[in-house]
Ligand binder design. Structure first.
Ligand SMILES: CC(C)(COP(=O)(O)OP(=O)(O)OC[C@H]1O[C@@H](n2cnc3c(N)ncnc32)[C@H](O)[C@@H]1OP(=O)(O)O)[C@@H](O)C(=O)NCCC(=O)NCCS
Length: 204
């Protein structure tokens, strides 16, 4: 109807369905095959949103605009994506294929394929099933990764300056010290390497 310039009828139809189900899909949105909206209620899909095939959306999800963009201003969702309840995906962003968006997330940046994004603002915690710290700023904004990367760079520089100043040899790898009140080691302080903490599958 929308494509055939029957805008009023398309809008009317959309509003009737919204009254019945609590799901508001703008008639201009492009929806793929087998979209599954679980529980309905409070789902909003904006006019320029594009939803791929086999996407699952839970209640309270918004595929909306930020209010700052014109033209294509709603998200593009890849195939086989699952979007948890209450998640807000805002702006002309692209969510890659096979992604999972955590319940309650607010996603404002593009998300690469096979990623799991959680939190506010949304940041990637898993990629292809593995925990990740993002080092490429173009990939996705992750406040925690940013802090770790900055600390790593600062430790590197300080070690360099210390060595230049004292000519003292330092251990090759800085360890991370963590207070472990319940640690079995006795003195309450135990040292962990990043590998101890995060396991072999941690990518930096
Ligand atoms: C995002 C999601 C898919 C991740 O599932 P998963 O792959 O099993 O990942 P994990 O549970 O191992 O979580 C990975 C990390 O993200 C965190 N996390 C998971 N979901 C989160 C969320 N919604 N918000 C914030 N952090 C979240 C976990 O605490 C964990 O962090 P940690 O390792 O530092 O403890 C899942 O948690 C989710 O939110 N699903 C939505 C389900 C939904 O909406 N159901 C509605 C039914 S009505």
């Amino acid at each position: 109807m929308w494509l055939h310039n029957l805008c009023f009828l398309a809008r009317f139809n959309s509003q009737v369905v919204r009254l019945l189900t609590g799901i508001e899909i703008h008639p201009g949105a492009t929806i793929g095959h087998r979209l599954f909206i679980d529980h309905g209620m409070g789902v909003v899909i904006g006019e320029t949103a594009i939803v791929g095939d086999d996407v699952t959306i839970y209640q309270g999800v918004t595929l909306g605009g930020t209010g700052k963009e014109k033209g294509k201003r709603h998200p593009t969702i890849g195939n086989n994506v699952s979007i948890g309840s209450g998640a807000k995906l805002l702006g002309n962003i692209t969510i890659g294929e096979n992604c999972r968006i955590g319940a309650g997330s607010v996603v404002l940046r593009n998300v690469p394929d096979n990623a799991t994004v959680v939190g506010v603002p949304g940041h990637m915690v898993l990629r292809a099933g593995k925990r990740v710290v993002i080092t490429d700023p173009k990939e996705i904004s992750d406040p925690l990764s940013d802090v770790i990367i900055k600390l790593g760079a600062e430790v590197h520089e300080l070690r360099q300056r210390f060595q230049d100043h004292t000519h003292e040899a330092l251990n090759a790898e800085p360890d991370i010290s963590i207070d472990q009140e319940s640690a079995a080691s006795g003195n309450g302080k135990k040292k962990f390497s990043p590998a101890d903490l995060f396991g072999d599958d941690y990518q930096i």
